[in-house]
Ligand binder design. Structure first.
Ligand code: NAP
Length: 288
């Protein structure tokens, strides 16, 4: 059996760890900062609860995380009580959070000095993709480390792409978030227009999802957006974090992001009105 550890059982981490725990060769230890989430996870799935990250990572050949932002990732890896303290030599840390490319490079550099590997492996596919085990994953870091981790990552993904050196997984995720931001705002405007025109929105979505306006967002979130359900999915505040990262990076590479800048300010408005934990499709609430 191979020992692995999972840190962070949130919206995404909970189902991803579930799929990993079903791998026949894996003995999984889990850690969640809020302990009751770890207890809940263990009631349904096979795993050992660790009280600290250091305990979870001890003896683990692979340590996975899906936490929050740059600071959270640093805390769980290189922090005073982080996984790097106890991971064995040559072990691989796979991070599925969305963070900046510079933080990913910084943690990867520290990993190398400690004879560890670090892969920045952000995901796309949303809560539904995580629950279905069909996430698409973009990976930066040593190709050989990815090769050893790949059979485990495959338990919760349908596509894995090695992008290049440390940070390149996160740069690819930025491309993904830039593409999504304008798309969700466009979908919000379209549904709001359909309502203003007194059309049957269900029929509108039924016909438009079969044509050129079709998108993952339209197929998976169009109906709930029209009905005003936002208690799920990808939080407004996570998208604000991600677009902030994209705008910082664009400040360095010179790419012009006018729509992304605008959508970021719309998300700031939605968050200020108390919907920071709602799904990003709550962008439509600005229009209604
Ligand atoms: P979430 O539901 O808020 O879960 C975050 C998890 O990370 C929780 O288990 C939280 O512990 C843990 N955590 C955060 N900071 C920590 C710290 N400093 N130390 C220890 N544990 C910490 O978030 P999520 O939606 O799963 O998203 C997680 C990551 O995936 C984010 O980077 C997000 O941008 C990215 N992502 C999300 C989606 C999506 O659709 N939701 C899609 C793609 C990528 P507690 O339970 O104690 O708070």
């Amino acid at each position: 059996m191979v020992k692995a550890a999972w840190i962070g059982l949130g919206v995404m981490g909970h189902p991803m760890a579930m799929y990993l725990s079903r791998h026949p060769d894996i003995e999984l230890t889990i850690y969640n900062r809020t302990t009751e989430k770890a207890a809940n996870w263990c009631r349904e799935h096979d795993g050992i609860i660790a009280r600290t990250i250091e305990d979870a990572a001890k003896g683990a050949a692979f340590v996975f995380s899906c936490v929050g932002n740059d600071e959270d990732l640093k805390e769980v890896t290189t922090g005073p009580e982080g996984a790097f303290k106890t991971m064995p030599q040559e072990a691989v840390f796979i991070d599925h959070s969305t963070i900046s490319a510079s933080a990913a490079r910084e943690v990867a550099d520290i990993a190398r000095t400690q004879n560890l590997y670090f892969l920045d492996a952000p995901v796309t596919g949303g809560q539904k993709g995580a629950e279905a085990g069909t996430l698409s994953i973009m990976v930066g870091g040593e190709a050989t480390a990815l090769q050893t981790a790949q059979p485990l990552i495959e338990t919760y993904s349908s596509a894995i792409q090695h992008m290049g050196p440390p940070g390149s997984g996160q740069l690819t995720k930025m491309v993904n978030q830039i593409a999504i931001s304008g798309l969700v705002q466009g979908l919000a405007e379209a549904i709001n227009f359909a309502k203003a025109a007194n059309l049957d929105v269900e029929k509108v979505l039924s016909v438009t999802t079969k044509g050129a306006a079709r998108s993952w967002q339209m197929e998976n979130s169009g109906k709930s957006m029209a009905e005003g359900h936002f208690d799920f999915g990808f939080a407004v505040d996570w998208m604000r974090k991600d677009l902030g990262i994209c705008l910082d990076e664009a400040g360095r590479n010179g790419a012009d992001l006018p729509v992304t800048t605008q959508v970021k300010s719309f998300l700031d408005e939605v968050s200020q009105k108390g919907s920071g934990r709602k799904d990003i499709t709550s962008l439509i609430t600005r229009l209604t």
